[in-house]
Design a protein around this ligand. Structure first.
Ligand code: RIB
Length: 337
């Protein structure tokens, strides 16, 4: 059995209370006493009981992060950025991957809230606004990649409609008028903001919205492949496609290639996110850059500032997108349609 706090006190020749103060960095302890206790802790290889320590300090030094899909490099980048800052500031991260299931999202949130974490980084697109408001009263949290009308909740997001508008306008400027749109899942607010941008770009350029060109996806590659299978059946196919995230754009390109079509020869394709693979695929994917790393860093820094100062921070950061033009899109202005 490992050494107890009593053994350490005996070895150092001090009281149990003094050892506890040294372990928990509480109150003033004379240097000489602290050194004696630290030596004894080391000699006996003492491992504190974290549950007991947490009860005393009311801190765990853990932050919980809930994401919908860790296999999407978008969320991998976010978690890495958050982890780096957390570590620099003395915290560790516990990750919950909800796999897009609202019940799993709630399950992680409850576990983090009830005992494990000092604060939560929430990338939970599916739970409802009211639940987020209630949660923010129970535990410090920051909301990432989602906007909610509540100034008391720290939130970092992007205007998804503006990003989608840029993507579709780029295609229109290249001469495309039949532009397919692969939507995200139905229960996610960003899905609708991206649709708003798609529709507005078409309407602003006098192009009628054709519902046949809008297909349902689920933010994963397979649904991009399925979208190709649907769009290719249309009597008047699109000449361009806007995938509302990179993974679905990848799926579309793969299925098109397998069926003997070329990108951008037969279809110009634009994605959304700019995950690192977008630059590596052939041809490189034109896409809307979502500043997710910057977002992750900002979110966690603000959250930890508010934890350390115990002051309420109001932050509603609307970050800016950038259109990254690569070779998956081309002009058809000189071609007969
Ligand atoms: O959940 C998937 C998507 O949501 C990501 O690809 C990113 O676009 C985010 O908003």
């Amino acid at each position: 059995m490992g050494a107890t706090i009593k053994d350490v006190a005996k070895e150092a020749g001090v009281s149990v209370m003094t050892v506890s103060r040294v372990i928990n960095h509480k109150d003033y302890i004379a240097d000489k006493t602290r050194v004696k206790v630290e030596k004894a802790l080391k000699k006996l290889n003492y491992m504190p009981n974290m549950n007991a320590r947490n009860l005393v300090t009311n801190k765990t030094d853990f932050l919980g992060i809930v994401v919908p899909d860790i296999s999407n490099p978008f969320f991998g980048d976010l978690v890495k950025a958050a982890e780096k800052i957390a570590k620099e500031r003395g915290y560790s991260i516990i990750l919950g991957d909800s796999d897009g299931d609202p019940e799993a999202e709630n399950g992680y949130i409850e576990a983090f809230r009830s005992r494990m974490c000092d604060a939560i980084i929430l990338v939970a697109p599916r739970i409802d606004d009211q639940k987020i408001r209630e949660l923010s009263k129970a535990i410090p949290l920051v909301l990432v990649d989602r906007m909610i009308s509540d100034d008391d909740i720290i939130q970092v997001y992007l205007d998804n409609a503006e990003g989608a508008y840029s993507a579709v306008t780029h295609l229109i400027n290249l001469g495309h008028t039949r532009i397919g749109f692969i939507m995200g899942p139905e229960n996610v607010p960003n899905t609708y903001r991206r649709k708003v941008g798609y529709v507005k770009a078409l309407e602003d350029h006098g192009i009628a919205v054709d519902e046949e060109l809008i297909v349902q996806g689920d933010f994963i590659t397979e649904t991009g492949e399925r979208a190709f299978a649907e769009l290719i059946k249309l009597p008047r196919r699109p000449t361009a496609v806007f995938g509302s995230n990179d993974l679905m754009a990848f799926g579309f390109v793969r299925a098109a290639n397998e069926a003997g079509f070329s990108v951008p020869g037969d279809f110009s394709v634009v994605g959304f996110d700019d995950v690192y693979l977008s630059a590596m695929m052939e041809p490189g994917l034109t896409t809307v850059k979502y500043p997710i790393i910057q977002m992750g860093k900002q979110a966690i820094n603000v959250l930890l500032d508010s934890l350390s100062t115990k002051e309420t921070v109001n932050l509603r950061a609307n970050l800016k997108h950038e259109l990254i033009i690569r070779r998956s899109t081309r002009s058809i202005l000189d071609e007969e349609q």
